[in-house]
Design a protein around this ligand. Structure first.
Ligand code: SAH
Length: 352
């Protein structure tokens, strides 16, 4: 997907798929616009306008903001297609409605997370990250990894995990999995599965499957947040807290979605070996990650590689880099399937 600068900046966006337009803003090279959208959510402007058309002065009073600055923020967001203005009254458009607190999508959380002061503070260390090559932006800013920072700041961690589940990469992965024959598998474990959006959607599609959602104790602590009961599959989904660098639960199939790209090679090999040790004979492994083309990779793939570099010290990989990781840990690649989102589904089988 190449982002057209003019595309994301017009008022015509009402006619487009709002999710497509929002994704363009989210990944847009002009991060200022995404920062403005995230600000409008954070200071309450989006939710306030939902109650009905309002003037900038009314919004400023309700949200306790500087009136002239609200006027300027709204003027910009109107230019971007997120508001319409009639007789000085602003209303939401189809593009901004998915950003409301009550909307079931999680684009709201994606903007809040990506353009949060906490994350941007970590990302500002990119020059030192590039210079040193062995430390992430979170470690430089906060003295701990991104996942430790989530643990210490639960609300921030929650924003990340909610966003992950409704990101369209989650939907793309589930769609790609729909074409996989899982009839031979009775149990599937999602390692680092977050709140379980992907695993529980799979359980919903395959009534014969039993699932294990495996993640850090802090992520699984609040069962209300997890997807089992949301989709009515809680009787087939168990939640197991632990550390994937130590040990993972036994299963016939494993999911590793957006996990390997968080870590350098040595750490990935530890996780892949631990899964190999725990897995049934002939177990399947389903990896969701970007596969970087060896030549001329598109911008959205290399964007994510840079985010990983600065956020976690991880990386996106080429096919041969994946092959090397899998071969050294006893897994062989069966197929690499492109998904609707820019990521791919890599299917592997356990070797003996
Ligand atoms: N698979 C999910 C989440 C990916 S984010 C998705 O695609 O949306 C990475 C996940 O790895 C987070 O949920 C994080 O809590 C989990 N994680 C990080 N370190 C871990 C560890 N040591 N053991 C288990 N899970 C871990």
């Amino acid at each position: 997907m190449t982002v057209d600068q003019t595309d994301a900046a017009t008022n015509d966006s009402d006619e487009q798929d709002p999710f497509k337009t929002l994704r363009q803003f989210w990944t847009h090279p002009n991060q200022l616009r995404a920062l403005a959208i995230s600000t409008a959510i954070r200071v309450g402007v989006i939710d306030t306008v939902h109650e009905g058309p309002k003037t900038a002065a009314e919004i400023a009073v309700e949200c306790e903001l500087a009136p002239n600055y609200v006027h300027r923020l709204l003027r910009a967001l109107t230019a971007y297609g997120l508001f319409t203005r009639t007789d000085d009254h602003y209303s939401l458009t189809p593009v901004s409605k998915p950003l409301l607190a009550e909307h079931p999508s999680s684009f709201r959380e994606i903007f809040l997370f990506y353009y949060s002061p906490d994350r941007l503070a970590a990302c500002r260390h990119m020059p030192e990250v590039v210079a040193r090559g062995d430390i992430s932006g979170y470690e430089l800013e906060y003295g701990c990894t991104q996942f430790e920072y989530f643990e210490q700041n639960p609300e921030f961690g929650e924003t990340f995990h909610i966003g992950q589940d409704s990101d369209d990469a989650a939907e793309g992965f589930v769609q790609a999995m729909e074409n996989i024959d899982l009839s031979e598998c009775a149990t599937v474990c999602d390692v680092g599965g977050g709140y379980g959006g992907v695993l529980c959607r799979l359980l919903d599609i395959h009534p014969h499957l039993e699932g294990t959602l495996f993640d850090l104790p802090s992520v699984l602590a609040d069962e209300q947040r997890l997807w089992g009961s949301k989709l009515g599959v809680e009787d087939r989904c168990r939640y197991v807290a632990g550390d994937m660098f130590e040990k993972v639960p036994h299963a016939d199939a494993y999911i590793l979605k957006a996990i390997l790209h968080d870590w350098p090679d040595d750490d990935c090999m530890t996780v892949l070996s631990n899964i190999h040790d725990a897995a049934a004979d002939d177990a399947r492994l389903f990896v969701g990650d970007f596969v970087i083309p060896e030549e001329d990779p598109p911008p959205e793939v290399v964007d994510m590689d840079l985010w990983m570099m600065v956020e976690t010290g991880g990386r996106e990989r080429t096919r041969s880099e994946f092959e090397s990781l899998f071969e050294r840990t006893g897994w062989s690649i069966d197929q690499i399937i492109p998904q609707p989102a820019p990521a791919s589904l890599i299917t592997c089988t356990k070797g003996h």
